[in-house]
Structures are given as C-alpha cells and as structure tokens.
Design a protein around this ligand. Structure first.
Ligand code: C2E
Ligand code: CA
Ligand code: CA
Ligand code: CA
Length: 277
C-alpha cells in the first residue's frame, strides 16, 4: 500500500518529489561542507577598460563535495537562501574574503574584493555586525571589501536595504548593483540609493553583437549611470568586439572570460604578477 501511494504521488508531482529529495541532500551536506572546509572562494578580476589595470576582484563560491565533485553556486545558493543557511555561509564568505584581501595587501597586492550578498542576508539584523567583525578580524585596519547586491534586495524591503547599505558604506565598503537591468527596480528607486557601481548583466553584454537593439539598450543604461554619476562595470565580457564597444560608450570596467575565469587565490596572484610582464 505504501508503494502504491508513492506511485500515485510520483504520477502527480514527480518534479516536486525530486526537489524535496534534493533539498534534503543539500540540507545535510551544505552544513557539513561549511564545517569541513569544503568551500572555497574563487576570484575573478575586473579590469579598467581604459588602462587594463586590475584593482578589484569578485569573490565567487565553489563547493567541492566528496560525493558529487564540484557544485556550482547556481545549484545551492537558492537552497541556502530558502533554508537560511545563507547567513552562516555569507559570514564565512565575508571572513574568508577579508582575510584574503588583507593577506594580498601584506604581500604587496592592493586588491579590493567584492562579495555577493543576497536579499535574505540583508534582512538579517546581524549582517552589518558580521561584516564589521570580518573586517576587524582580517588583520587589516581598513575595509578592503565591497558588496554586490541584486535588485531583489532592494525590492523586498527598501527601507531595510537602505539602512544596511548606509552602514556598509560607513564601514568603507562600496555598493555595487549586480545584474543591472534584469530586475524590476525602477530607475527612480536606483536613483534614490547610494550606489557606487552598476554591473551590466551578462545577458545584455552577450547580446551586443547579436541583437541590433542591444547596443542601443546598453548605451542608454550607461547614459543613465553617467547621469547619476555611478560607475559601470560590464560582466561576462567574452569577445574583443564586446570589449571595444563597451569601451567606446564609456563603460569603466570589464569582467569576463576574455580576461580571466574565476580562479583560486594563489592562481590569481600569479596571474596578476605575470600580467605586468
Ligand atoms: P553573479 O554574481 O552574477 O556572478 C557572475 C557569474 O558569471 C559567475 O558564475 C561567474 O563565474 C560567471 N562568469 C563570469 N564571467 C563570465 C563570462 O565571461 N561568461 C560566462 N558565461 N560566465 C561568466 P558563478 O561563479 O557560477 O556564480 C553564479 C551565481 O551564484 C552568482 O552570479 C551569484 O549570484 C551566486 N553566488 C556566487 N557566489 C556567491 C556568494 O558568495 N554569495 C551569494 N549570496 N551568492 C553567490
Ligand atoms: Ca555578482
Ligand atoms: Ca552579476
Ligand atoms: Ca548574473
């Protein structure tokens, strides 16, 4: 009877069943990964389009599961947000990134590290305290971290987001608006926020040389940023043609496989040292 019940359930909601078992697996194993040091931050450089100089990187989570191998953040961040695990996970990211930036600085590399912070983290009342603590414990007095927020952060609770943004900035972090153009925040909302940088979403960048309307779209987004006196970085730059176009319309920074993939800390330091030669 039990089996029959299960079959019926499967018939009606096979995908939901898969999703439940996946969440159970993630719940058990992502907690463990955090405790057992199976997580790592990779770093992807952002280049000044004018000079090619690198002064900052984005930190991106990687999970090496003994059971499944490398798991992409796309496959576990959503779960971490839903379950609340994103809070301790995000704390680990802050601490690790701050320590890494301090250690690069001690070895002569002056690099700022941007971390991704999701809406769920921003609505946790300890997020600013955790951030301040990560900086204090990093071994370097000033803040070497910046924060990438998505538009969903702003929609969920604008007042709360704004309060957190102000405090992060007081601590010395720049605020970057991630995936710009893909969300639902209005331009007037963006204009109200104290932002330092807008990240043009990869979907717009990769369409530059494919859809005729894309160039006009990207051009107008950059013009808006310029009006608001906010800098622009383009993500997912993969070809010289894209880079040339972005540079020609006044985009300040670029990030993407054309320059470098996200890589472990040591590899990034080697990449940067070789770049000047
Ligand atoms: P995102 O913040 O939009 O990050 C950009 C994604 O594009 C990264 O994927 C990066 O590896 C990838 N990328 C960079 N350059 C190129 C390119 O030229 N071409 C292509 N096709 N892709 C490129 P990744 O590392 O898989 O991360 C996916 C998403 O997971 C991130 O999107 C971010 O939303 C989330 N994520 C990653 N790390 C963290 C974290 O520490 N905390 C939180 N809350 N979210 C994170
Ligand atoms: Ca990002
Ligand atoms: Ca992005
Ligand atoms: Ca994205």
């Amino acid at each position: 009877a039990k089996d029959a019940g299960k079959r019926t359930y499967r018939m009606f909601a096979p995908q939901m069943d898969d999703k439940v078992s996946e969440y159970i697996w993630l719940d058990r194993n992502l907690r463990k990964a955090l405790d057992l040091d199976q997580l790592e931050l990779y770093y992807q450089p952002k280049l000044c389009l004018e000079t090619g100089v690198v002064r900052s990187v984005e930190a991106l989570l990687r999970w090496d599961s003994p059971e499944r191998g490398r798991i992409s953040p796309i496959d576990f961040i959503k779960f971490a947000e839903d379950s609340g695990l994103i809070v301790p996970l995000g704390k680990w990211v802050m601490r690790t990134a701050a320590k890494q930036a301090a250690s690069w600085l001690a070895s002569g590399l002056n690099i700022r590290v941007a971390i991704n912070v999701s809406a769920r983290q921003l609505s946790n009342s300890f997020v600013v305290q955790d951030f301040a603590q990560a900086i204090r414990e990093s071994g370097h007095a000033s803040c070497l971290l910046d924060i990438e927020l998505t538009e969903s952060c702003l929609i969920e609770d604008e007042a709360m987001a704004l309060a957190a943004i102000r405090q992060f900035r007081e601590l010395g972090a720049q605020i970057h608006l991630d995936d710009f153009g893909t969300g639902y925040s209005s331009l007037s909302q963006v204009a109200r926020l104290p932002l330092d940088m807008i990240k043009l979403d990869r979907s717009f960048v990769s369409a530059i040389n494919e859809k005729p309307t894309s160039q006009a779209l990207v051009r107008s987004m950059v013009a808006v940023a310029e009006q608001l006196k906010i800098q622009v970085v383009a993500e997912g730059v993969e070809t010289d043609a894209e880079a040339e176009f972005l540079k020609s319309i006044g985009v300040d920074y670029a990030q993407g496989y054309l320059y470098a993939r996200p890589m472990p800390a040591k590899e990034f330091a080697d990449w940067l040292n070789n770049k000047g030669k």
